[in-house]
Each structure stands twice: as C-alpha cells, then as structure tokens.
Ligand binder design. Structure first.
Ligand SMILES: [Zn+2]
Length: 223
C-alpha cells in the first residue's frame, strides 16, 4: 500500500484541481481522498481540508485520518478535514480495493440525485460502475454517520453512486481512476438527462448489461 509522501499529497491536490478543470466541482463542495499508510504504518487516508479552495491547497493542508476513526480527535494534520470525512472512511473500511475517492456535486448527476433517480442501463458505459445501473443512495443529512453508511451501502457492489438531494461519490484503485469515474458519471448523467428530454429512453437488457460488465473486467488491460 502507498505510504504517505510529498508525491502522493501533490498528486491528490492535482486531482482536486483537475475536478475544477473538468467542471465537476462547485466552489468548495467537492472533496478527494487517497488510501495511505502514515509514518507509523497505520492504515488510513489523506483527505482535502474543509473550506480551502483547491488553487490555494499545499501538501501540508491535507489531513490523515486512520481507518475506523469515530471522530476527528484521531485526525493528523494542521487543518480540519472535509465535513464528509466519515463517508470516505466507511467506504475504505468496507472495500479493500478502493484506493481513492472523489466526491462532487456535479450538475447533471446531482439533478438526477435530486429526483432520487438512479442512472439506469440506457448506455453500455453504465456498466463501468460494475452494475446494471448507477444506484442512488437514500437521503441523509450531509456530514453525518447516517450519510456515510448510506453511501457505503450503495457502493457495496458498485464503483460509484449518487447521493439523493446531494451529489456523487466515485471510487477507483487510484486517484486518476476515481477522477475518471467521477467524470464518466457526470457525462452519463448529462447524456441521460438529454435522452429523457427527447422522450422515454429504451434500456439495455439485463443480459446485455451482464455481458458489458464482464467485458469491462478485462477492457483496456495491455499485454
Ligand atoms: Zn457533498
């Protein structure tokens, strides 16, 4: 597992800034984290602090939080962690293969989340999340343990989910994969909103989506 280092901190900040370039972040509402071991060998994650614009972030602003932390008394750093730190913690605890998490309020995905609508199997790329739809987690108040559990449940079998009346959580093996997933969810959400505006959207069958999910398990793997 990746150790905490200047390089991973810089890469995390670069990922946060890429969210602005990709137009999936709104003001300071997004947050990014990456799983690391701290200098004592303790497993946890680095996360962006609350209330600091990404352009102004420096490596020492990131906060380390150990897995299974119940509050921020165990956090290590000069800043206060993102208010959604517990959501990141619960996902890393449940899913050992998740190396990074991106949370956004990107517009189209959030519009669907405000309708409490999952993104159904309208396009084959929906299968990149590992299921036949992108689920929408039930609403809970922001920054609460209830929201953290709701998101972790929705992500149990999927790499990304919507959060009702809130936004998106995307995961990946590493920072670039989590960012790509967040951008893909927003792109699919935008396509779905437009397709719906043209009329009822026909969906791919369960069999076809099962085939797509299998294909994505090996897609892009080089010799
Ligand atoms: Zn949020």
């Amino acid at each position: 597992m990746m150790k905490d280092s200047q390089a991973i901190r810089e890469s995390l900040i670069a990922t946060a800034r890429q969210m602005n370039i990709a137009r999936i972040n709104v003001n300071k509402s997004g947050n990014v984290s990456a799983r690391v071991l701290n200098e004592l060998g303790q497993e946890g994650f680095l996360i962006t602090p609350t209330g600091i614009a990404y352009e102004a972030l420096v490596p020492s602003d990131l906060v380390f939080i150990p897995l299974f932390a119940k509050d921020l008394s165990q956090a290590q750093g000069e800043r206060i962690a993102s208010s959604e730190w517990a959501l990141h913690a619960r996902v890393y605890e449940r899913k050992g293969d998740v190396g990074a998490i991106v949370h956004t309020h990107s517009v189209y995905a959030t519009a669907l989340a405000c309708q409490e609508m999952p993104i159904p199997a309208f396009h084959y790329m929906v299968a990149t999340v590992g299921g036949k739809e992108i689920p929408c987690a039930p609403y809970c108040t922001f920054g609460t343990d209830a929201l953290a559990m709701s998101a972790a449940d929705a992500l149990a079998e999927h790499k990304a989910c919507l959060l009702s009346h809130h936004g998106v959580v995307a995961t990946g093996n590493d920072l670039s994969a989590a960012l790509r997933m967040a951008i893909e969810v927003e792109n699919l959400a935008q396509c779905y909103c437009i397709a719906r505006s043209l009329g009822e959207v026909p969906l791919l069958s369960d069999e076809e989506m099962a085939l797509n999910i299998e294909k994505f398990k090996t897609y892009g793997v080089q010799k």
